[in-house]
Design a protein around this ligand. Structure first.
Ligand code: SF4
Length: 493
């Protein structure tokens, strides 16, 4: 009998993309996605150890699943991701109704482990210490018809003291450029218009195969891919950010003028404590060079408030860098201990009230800057890739949402003399910005253009790209990428 599955994903884009791989493998093994509201035969929890309360979230979910499992012993529960890599056998000790625990290095083992657990009638815990298979060589069921993640590397060679990633994801492993490009081409062949190149530290890409400029070359190599309209990437590290990447961004028309580069702190003393090897002046000088080459670039960042030992003066330095940097927006985090990281053992952990007060001031400052920056866009024309279920879809105003080329969220009215049939997620429209809020823009006038796309057709038909993940060998930039068809399994339900 066909068994159904559901995947619950916590954490970062890396986990979201890993879940696409897990879905692809389960479907290859004969499982089908559970229908909305249906109890799945297999529930997979793809966990995160980076975010606060990760443990509570995992064990809360497992607690809710327990009665279902008791009522239906044939149901299976699998736990993977960073928290599984960290807690290993502890998970089945605390929740003995779990069937499978797998780690970040062996996501390819999930179907086999589920089968073995059913056959042997006992929990299977398999955690590897290093990567078994590069995840991108596994099949994937994509979430979006118009936008796709493409991993270029996994792991990280840095040792930021607040971060658990290096110990859970291991050393950086780089995928070869030909393989990355072939996956990009395969997605585009399925109608995808936008790809986001994904790595913990994208601009150190190439360190493993000895090409320091590999990331800039990779961006340029995405340029000629016909049908690829938008290329994004996340996240670069300021220490390894070089001018060739800025040049490649500016000179490759389909690379979006958007940069998300984590600052973390504006205090050089705190940056040293964090083991972040750049200083605030270097960070700001990169922004100057990016804006010189791309005056319309939207720059966003991550900032941690209340790192152990952070003084008022350190925090004031962060506020000053934020004032100078004029980020389009910032993800702001209150520092909290992550067990297993060096920072968790540091002296000078700050009281919650101090962290909260600083955090509120930082958010107020950044909101003000974001709003000023957004107001400067009122009256300008934006090209939007229409999105599914993002932000507000106001039933009264009948607005839809889309992302501008610079990544900004824009709510728009899908009307105008140019509108050819219904506007659908995956279509491309142009509109004039009529109103700005700190975290979004509104374009309420008639649309200036509407382009129906194959991504829109696929989204409307409920089709999502599927890549078979066949390994393509390791061609370099000099060789033509393998045929897209080699990795394409075709769009299917
Ligand atoms: S660069 Fe630092 S914060 Fe980012 S994944 Fe690596 S160790 Fe973690």
């Amino acid at each position: 009998m066909t068994r159904s599955y559901q995947i619950r994903t916590f954490g970062c884009q890396m986990n979201v993309h890993d879940s696409e791989r897990l879905a692809g493998q389960l479907e290859d093994a004969g499982y089908v996605p559970a229908a909305e509201g249906e109890d799945a035969d297999v529930v997979v929890l793809n966990t995160c150890a980076v975010r606060e309360n990760a443990d509570n979230k995992l064990y809360g979910n497992l607690g809710h699943l327990r009665p279902r499992k008791t009522g239906n012993p044939g149901m299976q529960i699998a736990v993977g991701g960073c928290l599984a890599q960290k807690d290993r056998g502890e998970i089945v000790r605390r929740a003995p109704w779990v069937d499978v625990v797998f780690g970040t290095h062996n996501i390819g083992s999930l179907p086999v482990l589920l089968e073995r657990a059913r056959h042997n009638r006992e929990a299977q815990v398999e955690i590897l210490e290093s990567l078994e298979t590069f995840p991108s060589t596994l099949p994937a069921r994509r979430e979006s018809a118009y936008s796709g993640w493409v991993s270029i590397s996994v792991g990280c060679n840095n040792t930021c003291t607040f971060c658990i990633v290096p110990s859970l994801r291991g050393k950086e492993r780089d995928r070869r450029p030909g393989e990355v490009l072939a996956e990009v081409e395969a997605l585009v062949a399925e109608g995808v218009l936008e790809v986001t190149l994904l790595g913990q530290n994208v601009n150190s890409y190439g360190v493993e195969f000895g090409d320091r400029q590999a990331f800039g070359k990779l961006l340029r190599a995405c340029g000629p891919v016909e049908g690829l309209e938008r290329v994004r990437f996340t996240s670069p590290h300021p220490a390894a950010f070089t001018d060739d990447v800025i040049d490649a961004m500016a000179e490759t028309p389909n690379v979006c003028h958007q940069l998300h580069m984590p600052l973390q702190s504006g205090s050089d003393r705190v940056l040293r404590q964090m083991r972040r090897s750049y200083r605030s002046s270097r960070f700001l000088s990169i922004l100057d060079r990016v804006r010189e080459a791309m005056p319309d670039a939207a720059i966003t960042t991550d900032i941690i408030v209340g790192f152990p030992g952070e003084t008022d003066e350190d925090f004031e330095q962060t506020l000053e860098v934020v004032r100078q940097a004029r980020f389009a927006s910032a993800f702001t985090f209150q520092y909290s201990k992550r067990p297993g990281t060096p920072a968790a053992e540091m002296e000078g952990q700050l009281p919650k009230e101090v962290v909260q007060e600083r955090y509120d001031r930082l958010v107020a400052l950044q909101d003000d800057i974001s709003w000023q920056e957004n107001r400067g866009l009122v009256g300008s024309t934006v090209e939007l890739l229409v999105a599914t279920g993002e932000g507000r879809k106001d039933s009264e105003t009948r607005r839809m949402s889309g992302r501008a080329r610079d990544g900004r969220l824009v709510h728009f009215t899908p009307e105008g003399s140019c509108v050819d049939g219904a506007v659908r997620p995956g279509d491309v429209v142009e509109a004039t910005v009529t109103y700005a809020a700190p975290h979004h823009l509104v374009a309420d006038g008639p649309l200036l253009s509407h382009r129906r796309t194959r991504a829109g057709d696929n989204a409307e038909a409920g089709l999502r790209p599927r890549t078979s993940g066949v390994s393509l060998g390791l061609p370099s930039f000099g060789e033509p990428p393998a045929s897209a068809a080699a990795v394409s399994g075709g769009c299917s339900r």
